[in-house]
Ligand binder design. Structure first.
Ligand code: ATP
Ligand code: TZP
Ligand code: MG
Ligand code: MG
Length: 256
């Protein structure tokens, strides 16, 4: 992990424009604030360009997508591409319905994401690898590295496939990350908040391999630390400790 990336986020408090789902908006805003970024949730088409133009990064998450929001996502993504700021796409539940699948195809036709992040089932769908999913959850098993590398290649992007082991595929390399805690799978929005933190790390001035690895590694270590705290007995007591742990120094977490 590159500690400077986490430090830079905290020095610069990047403004992250979130077009995200209504399940996780509050949790995501709190998690990003604790980490050191500045969230703005804005999903009206009328302001998509303007918000993207003042932001340092854009997160597009289709978790509770509507057709109106789709237009805003495309506007914001295009504005970010023009401005040269990072765009992260989280295709939540893309395999669940043709509406989601068609929407993501449309986004990918018009917007170039810096990173596509999702669970194995979501990214498998994007590269037409058969995989078992259940709504927004991935429940399949198979070659996750293949999913990551195919996503990176087909969409000319960096792919992050999350799971017990996170796989990052860039143009140059495949990276594995094993930090994390099983309690992350028992709270909704753990993947979505990670998308926000990845976006914040992408606003720093470092190679993308380091930015993405630092984000997922730090996130997993924060979860491990939170789960080890006194009084944590399940997902409910884990959540506030996790929000707190996201504000810790990376070197403190790594020493633990
Ligand atoms: P899903 O809906 O399939 O749960 P998601 O979008 O919530 O997908 P996850 O794959 O759960 O995303 O990843 C979210 C975070 O949880 C990542 O930091 C990942 O490393 C971590 N994680 C996922 N599964 C495990 C696990 N079995 N053990 C430890 N950490 C995990
Ligand atoms: N339904 C639509 S979006 C959403 C649910 C449950 C949240 C998904 O969050 P995550 O982080 O992908 O598990
Ligand atoms: Mg999960
Ligand atoms: Mg997800």
């Amino acid at each position: 992990m590159n500690f400077d990336i986490i430090k830079e986020v905290r020095e610069n408090t990047p403004l992250i424009h979130h077009l995200t789902n209504q399940v996780v908006m509050n949790f995501t805003a709190n998690g990003l604030l604790s980490f050191g970024g500045a969230p703005i949730m804005a999903k009206a088409e009328e302001e998509a360009n303007e918000v993207a133009s003042i932001a340092n990064g854009v997160l597009i998450n289709i978790g509770t997508l509507t057709s109106q929001e789709l237009k805003a996502m495309i506007q914001a993504g295009k504005a970010a591409n023009r401005k040269g700021i990072p765009v992260v796409l989280d295709p939540v539940g893309v395999a669940a319905t043709p509406f989601r699948s068609d929407a993501v195809k449309q986004i990918l036709k018009e917007v170039h994401p810096t990173v596509i992040k999702g669970n194995a089932g979501e990214l498998a769908h994007l590269v037409e690898i058969p995989w078992k999913t259940k709504g927004v959850e991935s429940i399949g098993e198979g070659d996750v590295e293949e999913i990551a590398s195919k996503t990176a290649e087909i969409y000319q992007t960096t792919a992050i496939v999350t799971g017990e082991t996170d796989i990052i595929s860039t143009e140059k390399s495949i990276i594995h990350n094993k930090t994390g805690h099983i309690l992350l799978t028992k709270v909704t929005g753990a993947g979505c908040l990670l998308g926000s933190i990845v976006t914040a790390c992408l606003t720093t001035n470092h190679p993308i391999e380091e930015q993405t690895l630092s984000a997922v590694k730090f996130y997993g270590m924060a979860a491990e630390f939170a789960a080890s705290q006194k009084g944590v007995t399940g997902p409910g007591t884990f959540l506030p400790q996790f929000i707190d742990a996201l504000s810790l120094d990376a070197d403190v977490l790594e020493r633990r």
